[in-house]
Write a protein that binds this ligand. Structure first.
Ligand SMILES: C[S@@+](CC[C@H](N)C(=O)[O-])C[C@H]1O[C@@H](n2cnc3c(N)ncnc32)[C@H](O)[C@@H]1O
Length: 240
């Protein structure tokens, strides 16, 4: 059932893309960087400058802000969004968190990273985005989330976010997804929290996370439904 729903969801998401690229995605894989460069380069409809898979910042701020509040020992709190794409998550945290946050968004697509850096500088208005707290920072860097060595040292982030990135990487095979998880846990502080947002059912995702995060505690919370789809927040946490 979960696999069926996931397939339909992916099909629906790719339907618009297929129309845009006139069938050029046949046989393409969501773990392929060139495909993502094409998807991120699509013209945006309307005036919203971000594009979110699943849902945006507003839908999960009620989950994220209390976590930031809890982890205030580190100030500013370091947050990493792996596979940030052109989502509103990093920008929402930077502009709306009342707690100081140092947010880094990484994506292997240079197109996505250029788009986000342009937004940070204010896009066409040229007015740089304002932080929700004067000590907050936001950066976007091109990096492979399966090899974060060049951009992140071990135990250096208190909050890791993955919205749809495991889902995309797993399309290329589970070993890649486990490598992504292992890198996330390497850079996460032992008291920190990794959240994977996904529509994948717990009966599929939980055994994978439990296998790949031994020594960490894995829990799941149901989110939504948003636009008729139920999502999940998978939390991988160290000792609190
Ligand atoms: C399903 S999209 C989600 C994007 C964004 N997190 C959101 O919620 O809208 C998956 C993202 O992961 C990125 N991605 C896939 N594999 C990656 C990798 N190995 N390293 C870094 N980014 C990757 C893609 O470029 C894409 O932006």
């Amino acid at each position: 059932m979960a696999a069926l729903r996931r397939t339909f969801h992916m099909r629906r998401l790719l339907a618009g893309t297929r129309r845009t690229f006139a069938g050029s995605l046949a046989g393409s894989c969501l773990s392929d960087r060139c495909l993502w460069d094409q998807l991120h380069a699509r013209p945006r409809l309307g005036s919203v400058p971000t594009f979110d898979w699943f849902f945006g910042y507003e839908e999960v701020q009620g989950l994220l802000l209390p976590l930031l509040q809890e982890a205030r020992a580190a100030s500013p709190l370091r947050v990493l969004d792996v596979g940030c794409g052109t989502s509103s998550l990093c920008i929402g945290l930077y502009t709306k968190s009342p707690h100081p946050v140092d947010v880094l968004g990484v994506d292997f697509s240079p197109v996505a990273v250029a788009h986000m850096n342009n937004l940070l500088e204010g896009g066409q208005s040229q007015t740089r985005l304002s932080p929700g707290h004067p000590a907050s920072h936001l950066h976007f860097i091109q990096a492979d989330a399966q090899n974060l060595g060049p951009v992140a040292s071990s135990d250096s982030f208190q909050l890791l976010l993955d919205k749809g990135t495991w889902d995309a990487v797993a399309r290329g095979g589970l070993p890649g997804a486990y490598q992504l998880l292992s890198e996330c846990l390497r850079v996460l502080s032992p008291q920190g929290t990794l959240i994977q947002f996904s529509d994948e059912d717990p009966d599929v995702r939980l055994p994978c996370l439990e296998q790949g995060s031994q020594g960490w505690t894995v829990t799941v919370q149901e989110l939504g439904p948003f636009r008729g789809i139920t999502y999940f927040a998978y939390l991988v946490q160290g000792s609190h």
